[in-house]
Design a protein around this ligand. Structure first.
Ligand SMILES: Nc1ncnc2c1ncn2[C@@H]1O[C@H](COP(=O)(O)OP(=O)(O)O)[C@@H](O)[C@H]1O
Ligand SMILES: [Mg+2]
Length: 236
């Protein structure tokens, strides 16, 4: 569905790694402030899709409507420096990204992530949840319209995960379009306006969580079971 408020559109993305087709013509469209979850089995192409949207890799075919400068990227492996403090990490990345006013930007990020009282702590001493906030803050330094997160909640306990989602929901509420990959299927059910299911490089579903449940034609399944059933019915 494409409307006037579409912030991000990608068409027919194809990515090959040698003989292997990692993406087979995947399209995606997301509106302002929309939360889009990309789910699918291991090796389905989720990271490949996000890294192409982020401009980290080039697709072999297809187009993307947004310049990479307008897109923030939060990779699965944070590139933080454990021996530097929260503030020093933010300052380092603000300078690397040539943010116009690094000091003001760092202040804004400490505010946004609610980490001001930890600003002097070494990143290596933070909890996984707080470290992930710093990682996300770095993806937000350039005030992107679109934020891409690759499995942001991996390794977090339920409470840390909930706090992380409060934070991400707040960003979306302020208009940032958020596209994330997750293995945590209940999370995609709870925190997505739109689901994109990838399997073997192909987009096999695009719609709301409820539409995915309906598409299985079965009742009485929880969302995770419905997801597995949907894949099974399509031979994955
Ligand atoms: N740099 C790479 N070189 C070769 N093959 C790759 C590379 N990155 C990913 N792949 C392959 O592409 C497919 C999709 O990988 P990926 O996007 O990481 O999947 P997901 O994130 O859904 O687990 C997999 O078969 C994977 O082995
Ligand atoms: Mg991945």
């Amino acid at each position: 569905m494409e409307t006037l408020t579409t912030t991000l559109a990608a068409r027919d993305l194809v990515k090959r790694y040698g003989e292997r087709l990692a993406l087979r013509g995947v399209s995606l469209s997301a509106g302002r402030g929309e939360l889009v979850a990309v789910i699918g089995p291991n090796g389905a192409g989720k990271t490949t899709l996000l890294s192409i949207l982020a401009g980290i890799q080039r697709p072999d075919e297809g187009m993307i409507s947004v310049e990479p400068e307008r897109i923030g990227w939060v990779p699965q492996q944070a590139s933080l420096y454990g021996k530097l403090t929260v503030e020093e990490n933010l300052m380092l990345f603000a300078r690397l990204e040539r943010t116009p006013d690094p000091k003001a930007t760092v202040e804004r990020m400490l505010e946004l992530t609610d980490l001001r009282n930890r600003s002097g702590d070494q990143v290596g001493t933070l909890s996984g949840g707080n470290r992930q906030r710093v990682n996300i803050a770095i993806g937000l330094l350039a005030r992107p319209e679109v934020l891409l997160l690759d499995e942001p909640s991996t390794g977090l306990d339920p409470r840390q995960r909930e706090r992380l989602w409060e934070f991400i929901l707040r960003l979306a509420g302020e208009g940032t379009t958020v596209v994330y990959a997750t293995h945590h299927i209940p999370e995609a059910d709870r925190y997505a306006d739109q689901l994109i299911v990838l399997a073997d490089g192909e987009r096999v579903f695009d719609g709301s969580p409820r539409e995915l449940e309906q598409a299985t034609g079965t009742t009485g399944l929880d969302f995770e079971q419905a997801f597995v059933e949907y894949l099974r019915q399509r031979g994955h």
